[in-house]
Design a protein around this ligand. Structure first.
Ligand code: PMP
Length: 393
């Protein structure tokens, strides 16, 4: 049988990243390539208690089909979480999604027709690039600096592509760079979007994982015209395997979102929504997040110190204030070649090329620190330094 696949299916040869992840999964390899939260911090005992309680309290109800937009009890708790993020919302503005990844997919499906332009930061989250491309989007990247997307460059891009469909941005501890958008840029981005009448998709899975600097209001906070569609997730603050994310948008948008969510999976896992809701009633989420941020702060600082001490002096890196990633620039080095050399030294990262939709900036790569012991951070950076030396000598 020869299947005639649709254009949505990524071309196999495009999937260099899958090959990288496969190579990095070898147990001999110290892998800074992944993007996993620290599993030893998952609240296993509390989730078990919450699960027992849910079955005792709600029985068969939680095993039944349920509403498409999600369990109202959990959505009410998300209203409170959003309040802590300086965003006013109501249950009607919120839907629970199967991870924020599903919300990215459904929002893309809602807005993109083949050939439409989507504006993103350059570099950006690679699974968002894949989704947007699967709907036939033409990706246009906007350069960043340490303060996030360059808003003057954004304005220029919008001038060139006034018909663009939306701006996709990750303002906090961006994947892959770890950078955070400065508050003035946030206001400016919303102003530019208002002027150009463009929707903004604000993807914020990491914002709560801040261990340095001060809280910055989201783009949604500055949104006076209901044009920001805000996405977040319990993946990084509780457990990614539970696949719970959420979307905050105006009611008209939510009505359309519901139609596509229904087509996709009728609703997000009802049992899991009840369990997380019970967890949030019985535990202090902020305290749990503090445990995570303390651990990540330590790991990030250790990795930065090792990089500063061991990598060549011309190497630059981001200094994240939260999240899980450090972005490294090694001028003049082909980081795909460096990746091959690193594998010989049993260490891995993700070459920057994976995160650029169009023109790749050479000499960049992403390192993850959240899922790593101190010993592995020290040893892994040492191995990488030897590999960098080998490719640059
Ligand atoms: N957005 C970004 C920027 C991410 O890095 C990730 C996961 N790594 C997601 C969305 C998806 O997360 P989830 O579906 O687990 O909520």
């Amino acid at each position: 049988m020869t299947f005639r696949y649709s254009n949505s299916v990524p071309k196999v040869n495009d999937n260099a990243t899958a090959e990288i992840m496969k190579a990095a999964a070898n147990p001999e390899v110290i892998s800074f390539a992944g993007g996993l939260p620290a599993p030893e911090l998952f609240p296993v005992k509390q989730m078990k208690e919450a699960t027992d309680k849910v079955f005792d309290l709600y029985g068969e109800k939680v095993l039944q089909y349920a509403g498409t937009l999600g369990y109202p009890g959990l959505r009410e708790q998300i209203v409170d979480i959003m309040k802590d993020r300086d965003v006013d919302s109501t249950v009607e503005n919120i839907a629970v999604s199967t991870g924020s990844q599903q919300a990215i997919d459904l929002v893309a499906r809602m807005l993109i027709n083949p050939g439409d332009v989507v504006i993103t930061e350059d570099p950006t989250y690679l699974a968002a690039i894949d989704v947007f491309k699967s709907y036939g989007a033409k990706m246009v990247g906007v350069p960043m600096d340490e303060d996030g997307i360059k808003t003057d460059a954004l304005e220029a891009v919008i001038k060139e592509y006034p018909e663009a469909k939306f701006i996709y941005t990750i303002p906090n501890f961006q994947n892959p760079t770890g950078r955070t958008m400065a508050v003035e840029r946030r206001k400016e981005l919303v102003r530019i979007a208002n002027e150009a009448d463009l929707p903004v998709v604000e993807d914020d899975p990491y914002g709560a994982i801040r261990y340095a600097g001060e809280f910055l209001p989201s783009l949604k906070h500055f949104d006076t015209e209901d044009r920001v569609v805000y996405l977040s997730s319990f993946s990084k603050v509780l457990a990614p395997g539970m696949r719970l994310g959420w979307i905050v948008a105006n009611r008209e948008f939510m009505a359309k979102f519901m139609l596509l969510k229904q087509n996709a999976d009728l609703h997000t896992d009802n049992l899991t929504q009840y369990i997380v809701s019970q967890f949030l009633k019985d535990n202090d989420l902020k305290e749990h997040i503090k445990t995570i941020t303390d651990a990540y702060e330590h790991r990030a600082n250790l990795m930065l110190k090792e990089i500063d001490e061991q990598f060549p002096k011309n190497v630059k890196h981001s200094i994240p204030e939260g999240g899980m990633f450090i972005w490294v620039e090694v001028p003049g080095v082909d980081t795909n070649k460096l990746f091959d050399e690193c594998l010989k030294h049993n260490v891995a990262f993700v070459p920057g090329s994976a995160f650029y939709a169009n023109d790749v900036k050479q000499g960049t790569f992403r390192m993850n620190f959240s899922n790593m012991t101190d010993e592995k951070i020290v040893e892994g950076v040492k191995r990488m330094s030897a590999a960098i030396e080998a490719v640059t000598k």
